[in-house]
Design a protein around this ligand. Structure first.
Ligand code: NOJ
Ligand code: CA
Length: 712
């Protein structure tokens, strides 16, 4: 049963008391490893601190706001009360990395009076979990504060050491940057401005980075800072003061420079600090999800985790175009290529999907407007209901239906969001009429209303509106170029995935993603939610399409398979062209078999920037899948299989790098091996530079147990 609370232990207010001047409160996680300290000083200063097993995570750091309307700083407070409570419950997500999630924390609510005479009161709510701390500001309904405008949020995160960090430049419009791995003292976001391959970016400060920000301290702590439940509020960037290694929150402004318009009662998103001495604990943390509200969808039976193919990669590699006239994006239109989304070609993808048990076929470039969409900042580009003359919407709907496949709608908005807002209902009704139940949206370019940003309050409200409105039509959604996720997939489980980072597509037409990219993303971008990364590229080098091209995917073929496990998403694309799979159906078998929804997940080993190895159990089945990936270095792993049912035999299929494989010179060499294993087996996996291994483990039939040789 969906979202049924299995166990709720709510120890209501344990203590609530009047606190006097110079108060210090210490508060611990349920297991005692995390300590939150709050110092409320006589002079009105309020700071918080966080320790993990006695080691400092956050040194004393400030809390508060500068309001523009009314013109008052919320920085000096009198602590009126501190109420504590605890929760230990288990809930079931509609889909996810595990079929049930434990939500266990202790909560502390500080009730504060602003001291300068404004009469304003605010609450700060802290939740201390075993894997981190979340806190949010609450503005209760009150006489002295109704409508208000935030000029700045003054939250600080004093990480207090020159940690190693995995970061991308602070920006108001994009998260499609390549990652930098440097110490905090070497952060310099100006380099991001050179990323010419990103269509809309807004640099604002050289010391700024984005969240989720992953750090590793010299004393071995893994620290991740992000936010949860970003609703009706701008996204938060972080600006570092290098003299003290203190991050200051920097909210994305609107067109006139304000940050947020709120009305009491109101809450901010949660600020999250996840911490552990084990990297694997960061990847298994469910804190961001737990800080989001339960699902708003009472009957989610129409929401289906799924795989898709698409008339898509062929445009990215330059074989065909979105544009009916055959012009390619950004080119001088010297050479024309065929229009991709034509009826015959779409049928070819439907056939391939039907034959291989793939549920969805994404079709981009099916509708008019692509002549004009790129870089113009033009308002009325697409209407989302007018197909090109060679895309027969009736015929294709009938064809897909007969084959048991769903066509996935594409709504590129070209960031003209005012226009999209006007068309949304009409477009979703059109989808329903033709049997589409999933849409990929896109926001390439500068936002309209002009002056707004992808990550500002106006757009945050838009993405949420899309999630709600599509849910009303029983439509699933995958957003490209939105804000980075903050766990809202719990509240809106029809919001299957987002891009919101540098996807595989960059490998087709830019310097691409370096071999460590996919070992960083799960520690950064994916901390907020699933990514539509589009793995499964088998033709690694773009010279295959055009001998003059130097671009390539920066992985081996086997690593592309392992990504289906290491990059969690309930929506996974088999991104390459059917004809590229058809010559390698033995390797494609892994993509056919791999699940997209899970009962359980084991993070077996991981180090950000270096490697990740994960095993997952398919939902409702007795089969497991494993993915291991490495950066540019070759690596060996010897994972045990003790998660398997004891005493039972399984067929393991290992899809590995060939002995001479490497991402640069020999990326497509792979080997597939089958053995019988059990829970006592230890596998020996050898990963090539930039390589990976994908593994499936299925219960063995009696015949298989006899005929297939034992793993030795
Ligand atoms: C960028 C998206 O990330 C990509 O997947 C899509 O094909 C293009 N925009 C065109 O909408
Ligand atoms: Ca994109």
């Amino acid at each position: 049963m969906f979202f049924k609370r299995l166990l709720v232990v709510l120890i209501a207010t344990i203590f609530s008391y009047l606190v006097h001047a110079d108060q210090f409160i210490n508060f611990h996680s349920p297991d005692g490893n995390i300590q939150l300290g709050l110092d409320s000083h006589d002079n009105g200063d309020l700071v918080y601190r966080i320790f993990y097993k006695g080691k400092i995570v956050i040194a004393p750091s400030g809390l508060g706001f500068k309001l523009k309307v009314p013109d008052v700083s919320l920085l000096k407070f009198t602590l009126v009360a501190a109420d504590s409570s605890a929760v230990d419950e288990t809930w079931k997500p509609v889909w996810g990395e595990q079929s049930s999630v434990r939500n266990n924390y202790k909560q502390l609510v500080l009730k504060l009076n602003e001291r300068s005479g404004s009469g304003i009161t605010i609450n700060i709510i802290f939740r201390v979990f075993n894997d981190g701390v979340g806190f949010r500001y609450e503005f209760p309904k009150q006489d002295k504060l109704n409508h208000f405008v935030i000029a700045d949020e003054l939250t600080q995160f004093a990480v207090s050491g020159d940690h190693k960090a995995f970061w991308i430049p602070g920006d108001y419009d994009t998260n499609e940057y390549a990652y930098y791995t440097t110490n905090l003292s070497a952060i310099d976001a100006t380099g991001g401005g050179k990323a010419q391959e990103i269509s809309a970016k807004t640099f604002f400060e050289k010391n700024a980075v984005q969240t989720p920000l992953m750090m590793k301290s010299n004393d071995g702590l893994y620290i991740n800072i992000h936010e949860a439940a970003l609703v009706n509020y701008p996204a938060m960037n972080l600006v570092i003061d290098k003299s003290s290694f203190t991050f200051n929150a920097h909210l994305v402004p609107d067109a006139v420079g304000n940050k947020a318009y709120l009305q009491t009662p109101a809450v901010t998103p949660w600020r999250t600090i996840i911490v552990s001495d084990k990297a694997t604990d960061i990847l298994s943390s469910k804190m961001v999800l737990n800080l989001n509200e339960p699902s708003t969808i009472a009957d989610p039976s129409w929401i289906k985790p799924q795989k898709m193919v698409g008339v898509w990669w062929e445009m990215h590699v330059g074989k065909s175009s979105w544009d009916y006239s055959g012009s390619q994006v950004g080119s001088q239109q010297a050479s024309k290529v065929p229009h991709g989304a034509n009826t015959a070609n779409v049928k070819r993808y439907i056939d391939f999907a039907a034959k291989n048990g793939i549920e969805g076929v994404l079709v981009e470039g099916w509708n008019t407007g692509w002549e004009d969409w790129f870089g113009q900042w033009k308002e009325d580009v697409f209407d989302f209901v007018t197909p090109y003359p060679d895309f027969n919407v009736n015929e294709l709907s009938a064809y897909a239906k007969a084959k048991g496949v769903k066509i996935i709608m594409h709504h590129e908005t070209s960031a003209s969001v005012t226009n999209y807002e006007r068309w949304m209902d009409t477009a979703y009704r059109f989808m329903k009429k033709y049997g589409y139940d999933a849409v990929k949206t896109g926001y390439v370019g500068r936002i309209i209303p002009r002056g707004e940003h992808h990550d500002g309050q106006w757009m945050i409200r838009h993405y949420e509106r899309v999630a709600k409105k599509t849910a009303g039509y029983h439509i699933m959604v995958d957003m490209h170029e939105p804000v980075r996720p903050t766990g809202l997939q719990r509240t809106y489980p029809n919001w299957l995935a987002s891009e919101a980072a540098r996807g595989n597509e960059f490998n087709a037409w830019s310097v691409g993603n370096m071999p460590d990219h996919e070992t960083i993303l799960p520690f950064t971008r994916l901390m907020g939610g699933p990514m539509d990364y589009t793995p499964g590229i088998f033709k690694i080098k773009m010279s295959y399409y055009d001998s003059g091209k130097k671009e390539q995917v920066h992985t081996t073929l086997a690593k592309q398979l392992a990504l289906y496990i290491t990059m969690y998403s309930p929506l996974q694309m088999a991104a390459d062209l059917p004809e590229n799979y058809e010559t390698k159906m033995d390797a494609f078998q892994f993509i056919k078999d791999v699940a997209v929804d899970w009962d359980d997940t084991k993070i077996l080993d991981a180090e950000p920037g270096d490697y990740i190895i994960i095993a997952r159990k398919a939902k409702g089945k007795d089969s497991w899948f494993m993915g291991a990936i490495t950066d540019e270095n070759a690596r060996n792993f010897t994972p045990g299989l003790d998660f398997l049912d004891a005493g039972k035999k399984y067929v393991v299929t290992i899809y590995r790098d060939g002995d001479k494989a490497d991402w640069k010179n020999n990326p497509e060499e792979y080997v597939i091996e089958k053995f019988i294993v059990d829970a006592k087996t230890k596998l020996r996996l050898k990963l090539a530079p930039g390589g990976g291994t994908a593994v499936s483990l299925m219960p063995a039939t009696a015949d298989e147990a006899k005929q297939i040789k034992k793993y030795k």
